[in-house]
Design a protein around this ligand. Sequence first.
Ligand SMILES: Cc1cc2nc3c(=O)[nH]c(=O)nc-3n(C[C@H](O)[C@H](O)[C@H](O)COP(=O)(O)OP(=O)(O)OC[C@H]3O[C@@H](n4cnc5c(N)ncnc54)[C@H](O)[C@@H]3O)c2cc1C
Length: 503
Amino acid sequence: MNGIKEEAPVQVIVVGAGPVGLWLAAELALAGVSTLVLERDEQRSPHSKALGLHPRTLEVLAMRGLARRFVAEGVPLPNWHFGMLERRLDFTGLGTPYPFMLAYPQVRTEELLERRARDLGVSILRGHSVTGLTQDDSSVTVEVAGADGTSTRTAQFVVGCDGAGSTVRKAAGIDFPGTDSTAYGFIGEVVLDDPPGTVVSTHNAAGALIALPLGGGRHRVTGFDPANQNAGDELTLEELRAITSRVTGTDYGMRDPSWLTRFGNATRHAATYRKDRVLLAGDAAHMHWPAGGVGLNVGVQDAMNLGWKLAAEVQGRATAGLLDSYHDERHPVGEALAEHTLAQGALITAITPDGQALRSLLNNLLASHPNLERALAEKLAALDITYTPSDPAAHPLVGTRAPATEPDSIIFSALQGGRPVLLDLSGGNRLGRAADSASAMGIETHPSPLAETGGPDWSGVGAAIIRPDGHVWRAVDGSPANLESAVMRSLDSLEATFAPRTG
Ligand SMILES: Cc1cc2nc3c(=O)[nH]c(=O)nc-3n(C[C@H](O)[C@H](O)[C@H](O)COP(=O)(O)OP(=O)(O)OC[C@H]3O[C@@H](n4cnc5c(N)ncnc54)[C@H](O)[C@@H]3O)c2cc1C
């Protein structure tokens, strides 16, 4: 084919070895799918855009046995900000074993996720840039440019995890409607000779500024400078000093920048997360102002939702509509992400008297309405996400997060293989033949006490089937007398999807 090499096919090609592509690849490999990651850059960027992991991402990591490692290395922060409002959101009362924002650099997250993907058998080719793709009824072929020239690779499915400028999205013809940047923030990573004793978060008529320690004597200084909104100007140390002094009254003795950059508030959202055999996840599907530190988190959660469904599809086990449910469940999450990051951007850039009045009003409301504060905290933490079932008669718990209160909760240990689990909530081994049927489908049964998280009401539930991504798939009310047959019916409804793989 015109001197272009044609490489051996794999089942899924993931484009992009950012956090989202790496997590997706690991999930696919865990399910036994042959997966190739193609990454444009020879080396990972040394700069961490994201600096934090939110509670639901830590729960996701816990479901695969990784959270302990991250938590041991990171710094738990008990509260976090929304739009840089002075009233911080308290995470400590959230119904999760991880009631904090874990300060953890993106570079390190990617290192650990890459190691996991490789350990599970994923091939990752760096220096391989995808330049285009074509698809037909049974496969997708990507064109790849690398140091050795150009080649093509074919797979049953391709997932674009190639960031906001996604080549995959464009080549698949998926629209990306939204708005261009109207405001720009700045980031500097510097040494502070006279560092503040604590995290600085200041907002006033001169602008907005956060300064937080990165370790090793360095600080990240980030914020919004109304005096310079020229995206094309390179950020300089002098400019960073000037804005820091204007907002806080001191420049903290800053020197030796290791990273100076700007970012905008362009907000766009893919019209669809699936076009036939091409799917999108992470920043390729949604771009936004990085307010609240959520982009990486939402992307990893996209991948967690997609991995097991795509594996079932590739292995010929998926029931009709399972793969499409990825768009149905995650697109609304992307909509909510665009909405709250735009709202946070509006608050961060609100330096005029009317903007300051809006901030003051919200600060006071948050202080006097704990439920409002909790709702915003759950939004950033992604603990508020419930996937609406397509069946209106489904049990009210279907689509909710399976509750866990401890890092060693049964739900986390039971999901480590990436298979669904059957929770026996009946008070001990009362599921009889249903447990045998589950076992024949590769679904283990775990007796489990009810976890009280302050979330949905689980009283009266005798058994529940939990999806590999930790959401409730089926829930069965009932006493031990009728539980066995009711659980058997639930398992029957899943059989096509989770029959054990043959061959
Ligand atoms: C200033 C800033 C601060 C942020 N802070 C936070 C935060 O605190 N918390 C948070 O959760 N999020 C934060 N984010 C967002 C977060 O960094 C992103 O959401 C996250 O990196 C998205 O991961 P991804 O894997 O989808 O995409 P990316 O990280 O963009 O990775 C995409 C990968 O695809 C590769 N690629 C691109 N094109 C091709 C191609 N054609 N072929 C092959 N490979 C290709 C790229 O080289 C890259 O490695 C921040 C973002 C910015 C800009």
